[in-house]
Design a protein around this ligand. Structure first.
Ligand code: TYD
Length: 196
């Protein structure tokens, strides 16, 4: 049986990286990955898009989608085929929330992402942008999207999508270990369901 595909979503500073690291230690058979990926398109996104180089947010949506198709085909799909529980830090919902908040119509974003399948489970780490930005403040310099007003819109879209699609929302204002325990329990119960 192919592995379970989990996407962990949330605004910058929600603690996704730390939670993913802990999940990989808590659960057996986990492969972690992230977007933007290590592909040349991912590198272009980091060096150009995230530094404010593009003039139209549709270009951002196209590049994130292109990176995602490469990421899915080259990394995610083979790991799932091997039976790994693949946990990706960010996936399609990042584009819907971020590029949507930047003004790209959701139908455009869905269309350019229609080449990749949905994740089996999407978990949104939800945190107040004030708390998130305070966390980011302790890291490197700010990237394009790391602004309070923008992240507030991104958060609203994530929460709206969670209501529409039934995604799980986890309170990420708590210590990462607590958040990781809750997410690990959710993933473990999904894995149990698949074996019965
Ligand atoms: P991030 O998770 O912050 O990576 P890093 O910690 O390496 O900087 O992701 C980079 C940024 O890209 C983040 O601000 C969210 C944004 N992003 C989008 O706008 N759309 C997308 O589809 C993805 C995957 C990321």
């Amino acid at each position: 049986m192919p592995g379970l595909f989990v996407a962990i979503e949330g605004i910058d500073g929600a603690g996704k990286t730390t939670v993913l690291e802990r999940l990989a230690r808590m659960l057996p058979g986990v492969c972690t990955t992230r977007e933007p990926s290590g592909s040349p398109v991912g590198a272009l996104i980091r060096s150009w898009v995230l530094q404010g180089g593009t003039v139209d947010p549709r270009v951002d949506a196209l590049l994130f989608a292109a990176d995602r198709i490469e990421h899915y085909k080259r990394e995610i799909e083979p790991m799932l085929r091997e039976g790994c529980t693949v946990i990706s830090e960010r996936y399609v919902e990042s584009s819907i929330a971020y590029q949507g908040a930047a003004g790209v119509p959701v139908e455009f974003i869905k269309l350019v992402n229609s080449a990749v399948p949905r994740a089996d489970l999407t978990v949104i780490l939800d945190v107040d942008p004030g708390t998130a930005l305070a966390r980011i403040g302790r890291r490197d310099r700010a990237e394009k999207y790391e602004r309070g007003d923008f992240l507030r819109r991104v958060r609203e879209i994530y929460l709206m999508r969670a209501r529409e699609e039934g995604y799980l929302v986890v309170d990420a204002g708590r210590p990462p270990l607590e958040v990781a325990r809750e997410v690990a329990e959710i993933i473990a119960s999904r894995l149990r369901l698949r074996t019965v």
